[in-house]
Design a protein around this ligand. Structure first.
Ligand SMILES: [Zn+2]
Length: 439
């Protein structure tokens, strides 16, 4: 039997932040894993925003396969904005209760493509016990009624499932509070659940998702003190799993590990409204932007052409590249000139752009923000002075990956699910897009 496996996802952790913390002795648990495993960089997907990236990690498919296009997008079928939580003002602007339902339920129940198999579904089919805490992509075969009054609709997750205290497969005694998010209370819940799971050895594969780092890095920037402190907390959350196993060596004797982040972060100094260059076209287009990526959708009766929309952004300083389809070609427009996407020098740009545009929920024009810039969300919020992500640039796109006891190279975040399934000898579904050497 292969070892059981723990998949640790530290949201927004950059390679530099991880390397610095290890060098300075501030991350003993992560250092231990790096010492005993293989370290490499992998590329994220586009847009490099959490719902898109996490869905890619768990389904082993790019956005063209799993159909989650961004943090905020236009649902053509329902003719409305879907907003998964850019900021509180943004979800208020999109409709508070609708946003809550979209984030908690619809992302997994209806937005995530039925044709994309999740890692949990494949493991469960093979008779293995999948576990997950707090991760945004959770779809599995087991039904869970909500634990809180006011919600009635069930969610469908893996065999062991813990989601922000709202859905719980088991009573662990883990307290949930969002009140002190800055102090790490969300990850404290994940840690308590993780400790409970490891103590019981209650899974074959456990997706351990920690969001505190990304939250802090948005506030202080990826090099800021808040981010450094948050990474120490993430490290302690990993250390808590070691302790529950009886120590780091005992932990690795029992578990293989994949540790990575979902996207990077870059410092942002300025913010702009992507709606502005299209202000005269509100009857023709819908603009959905957040963090460092945006999408422009044509309304059904629009008469403007997409190339013309791209040209409008030539003099808009917040934009680095736009992407659009012309027949089978993907055109990247940068510095006022069109070129085949293969000419872009951003990490893994052609595959990421093609997958993003192959998503039926994507806009006709995709926007990747320039270095230092952010695009304000529906509520007018941004992180200028802090950190952000979403674009094709290297800092948003590269993630650190540590594997211990797992064969196969994770070169894209979509390689994780096929590598995990291959580790357990489970057939890799056709919907997963393993790059090389895995599956
Ligand atoms: Zn983020």
């Amino acid at each position: 039997m292969p070892k059981k496996l723990v998949l640790i996802v530290i949201d927004g952790m950059t390679p530099a932040a991880l390397e610095r913390a290890i060098e300075q002795g501030r991350a003993p648990a992560l250092a231990f894993l790096a010492e005993h495993g293989d370290y490499r960089l992998a590329t994220s997907v586009f847009p490099s925003l959490t719902p898109v990236c996490i869905s890619s990690i768990i389904t082993g498919a790019g956005p063209g396969g799993h159909h989650i296009p961004s943090l905020v997008w236009w649902n053509r079928e329902e003719q409305r904005i879907v907003e998964y939580g850019s900021s509180f003002p943004a979800i208020r602007a999109a409709g508070l209760s609708q946003s809550v339902v979209d984030t908690i339920y619809n992302m997994n129940a209806s937005h995530l493509s039925r044709d994309a198999t999740t890692m949990y579904e494949a493991l469960d089919d093979a008779g293995l016990v999948a576990a997950a805490v707090n991760i945004t992509c959770y779809r599995g075969p087991h039904r869970y009624p909500p634990t809180v009054p006011g919600l009635t609709r069930p969610a469908y997750g893996p065999r062991r499932f813990f989601y922000y205290g709202l859905f719980e497969s088991d009573r662990t005694g883990a307290p949930f509070a969002v009140r002190n998010r800055r102090g790490g209370s969300v990850d404290a819940y994940a840690t308590a659940v993780g400790r409970w799971l490891v103590t019981r050895d209650g899974f074959d594969c456990f997706a351990y998702y920690l969001s505190g780092y990304d939250f802090a890095s948005h506030a202080s920037g990826p090099e800021g003190e808040d981010a450094e402190r948050a990474l120490e907390q993430s490290d302690a959350a990993v250390g808590a799993l070691f302790e529950a196993a009886g120590g780091p060596d005992e932990f690795l004797a029992r578990y293989a590990v994949v540790l990575l982040s979902d996207h990077g972060q870059t410092p942002v100094e300025r913010a702009a409204r992507l709606e502005e260059p299209f202000a005269d076209l509100t009857h023709e287009v819908v603009v959905a932007a957040s963090n460092r990526a945006g999408q422009v959708y044509l309304r059904p009766d629009a008469s403007v052409d997409v190339a013309g929309l791209a040209k409008r952004l030539d003099t808009f300083p917040a934009v680095d590249v736009t992407l659009r389809r012309e027949g089978d070609d993907v055109i990247a427009r940068r510095d006022g000139a069109d070129a085949p996407v293969e000419k872009l020098d951003h990490p893994d740009a052609a595959w990421r752009a093609r997958s993003a545009l192959a998503n039926p929920n994507a806009g006709e024009l995709l926007v990747s923000a320039a270095q230092d810039w952010e695009l304000t969300d529906l509520g007018g919020r941004h992180h200028a002075g802090g950190g952000s992500h979403g674009s094709l640039v290297a800092g948003d796109s590269f993630v650190p990956v540590v594997t211990v006891g797992v064969e196969g190279e994770v070169r894209r975040i979509t390689d994780v699910a096929p590598a995990v399934l291959a580790h357990f000898g489970v057939a890799v579904p056709a919907s997963m897009e393993a790059l090389t050497g895995v599956g």
